[in-house]
Design a protein around this ligand. Structure first.
Ligand SMILES: [Zn+2]
Length: 376
C-alpha cells in the first residue's frame, strides 16, 4: 500500500487540509479502480466501507491477488467534514459558497479535444491512453495555472485528478433514510449491473447527463463528448465508467452493512477478473434499472408535521398513500401520494416539513422529467 497526501489551498492562515489517497496493487496494472467515500461529508456509510476496503485490499495485495490498481480516498471531503453547526454535521453544501459538494466539477473535454485528431489512430487502446494523458494534463494545468482559486476548487480538481485515469469510478454516498440504490449511465449499466446484484440495489437509475456536472458524470461526459466528436473517424470507447452507490441512509454506519458492501465490491472485482479467485454466483437483480427521468420527487404540499405511512424498500402503486402533512393549528391534513407505481427507495429524515420540500423519492417507470434531474 502506498499513502499519498495532496495539499489543498489553505483558506486562511494557520489552517491546512489534505486529501489522503491510498494505492494498492501493481502500479503498472492494466486496469484501475478509483473509490472515494463521503464526498457529501455527512454521508458516513461510505467512509466506513472505504475503511473496511482498506483492510481487505491490503490483505489481497499481500496475497498477490490484486490484478488491478486501486486508488482509495476514504475522506473525500475534509472541508465539509469540519462543518458543524449547533451539534449538527452539515456536509452536503459548502458553507462559504453554499454550493453542493457534488456539483460543478470542471469539464475539460474541450481542452482534451483541441488538436486531438492528430494524436488518434485506429488503435482503440492507443486512443484511450492518449485521452487519459490529456485528461490528466488538463487537470494538472487547472490545478497549477489557471486556478484553483479556493480551497473547494482545489479539492474538486484534486479528486478529479486522482480519478481521471481510472477505468471504473465508485463514488460512495448515502441518502437521508433509504435502502440500497445507485445512479449510473445507460452506457455503464452492463458494467455495473453485476455490482448492483452483489450490492442488492433496490433502485438503479440511469441518465447520461443529469445536469449537475456531478463527480461521477465529470468523467463519463468527457468520454461521451469525445465519442460524439471523434467516434465516426477513430475508435474511441468509454475510458472511464462511473457509478454513485447510495449506501442506504445517513444513520446506517454499521460494521455488518459495511462488511457486506465491501464484500460486494470485491465480488464484483472478482467477477471482472480484477481480483484472483472465483466470484460467487450472481444474485438476482433486486429491481430492474429505470431511467432517472422517471424518478419522482414527492413534495410537501404545505408545511406541517410529516407522518409517514410507508418505509423505504417497498414497491408502491400509483396513488398509494406515502405520508401525511398535518397542520395541528388549522387541522388541515394533506396526503402525499405516489404519482406512479415504482420503488419507494428514500425518504426525508425531517419530521417537520416545510412547504414544497422533498419528502420521498420513488423510482418510477414513466419518464416525464428533463433538464436538471437531481436534488438540489
Ligand atoms: Zn451524497
Amino acid at each position: 500500500m502506498e499513502h499519498q497526501k495532496h495539499p489543498l489551498i489553505s483558506p486562511v492562515p494557520g489552517t491546512e487540509r489534505h486529501i489522503d489517497s491510498f494505492h494498492f496493487g501493481p502500479a503498472d496494472a492494466e486496469r484501475h479502480l478509483y473509490v472515494q467515500g463521503a464526498l457529501h461529508a455527512d454521508e458516513l456509510p461510505g467512509m466506513l466501507v472505504a475503511w473496511t476496503l482498506k483492510q481487505r485490499l491490503a490483505e489481497l495485495e499481500a496475497l498477490g491477488q490484486l490484478a488491478c490498481r486501486v486508488t482509495l480516498v476514504p475522506v473525500a471531503n475534509p472541508i465539509g467534514l469540519d462543518q458543524q453547526l449547533m451539534d449538527t454535521p452539515l456536509g452536503r453544501y459548502d458553507f462559504e459558497s453554499l454550493t453542493n459538494f457534488n456539483r460543478r466539477y470542471a469539464s475539460v473535454a474541450d481542452e482534451i479535444a483541441d488538436g486531438l485528431d492528430a494524436a488518434l489512430n485506429d488503435d482503440i487502446a492507443h486512443n484511450r491512453n492518449v485521452i487519459r494523458d490529456r485528461f490528466e494534463a488538463a487537470l494538472l494545468a487547472a490545478l497549477a495555472k489557471t486556478g484553483p482559486t479556493t480551497a473547494l476548487e482545489s479539492m474538486r480538481l484534486t479528486l478529479q485528478r486522482l480519478a481521471c485515469r481510472a477505468d471504473f469510478v465508485l463514488d460512495l454516498h448515502c441518502d437521508f433514510d433509504a435502502v440500497e440504490h445507485l445512479y449510473t449511465t445507460p452506457a455503464a449499466w452492463p458494467v455495473f449491473e453485476p455490482l448492483a446484484r452483489y450490492f442488492g440495489s433496490k433502485a438503479s437509475m440511469l441518465a447520461t447527463d443529469s445536469g449537475g456536472q456531478s463527480f461521477d458524470e465529470c468523467f463519463t461526459l468527457v468520454w461521451e463528448q469525445l465519442q460524439q466528436t471523434f467516434g465516426a473517424r477513430f475508435p474511441v470507447d468509454y475510458g472511464c465508467q462511473s457509478v454513485t452507490l447510495e449506501l442506504r441512509g445517513q444513520r446506517d454506519v454499521d460494521h455488518d452493512l459495511a462488511g457486506r458492501d465491501a464484500q460486494a465490491i470485491i465480488d464484483w472485482l472478482r467477477h471482472l477478473g480484477l481480483v484472483a479467485g472465483e466470484a460467487p454466483p450472481l444474485p438476482e437483480l433486486a429491481y430492474p434499472a429505470t431511467e432517472l427521468a422517471a424518478m419522482d420527487f414527492l413534495h410537501a404540499p404545505i408545511g406541517g408535521l410529516l407522518v409517514f405511512h410507508a418505509a423505504p424498500g417497498i414497491e408502491v402503486e400509483a396513488g398509494q398513500l406515502i405520508a401525511e402533512i398535518i397542520d395541528p393549528l388549522s387541522d388541515r391534513v394533506e396526503p402525499v401520494h405516489a404519482p406512479q407505481a415504482g420503488m419507494f427507495y428514500a425518504r426525508s429524515e425531517r419530521r417537520m416539513a416545510t412547504a414544497g420540500m422533498i419528502v420521498a423519492d420513488i423510482a418510477g417507470h414513466q419518464s416525464h422529467r428533463s433538464g436538471y434531474l437531481l436534488a438540489p
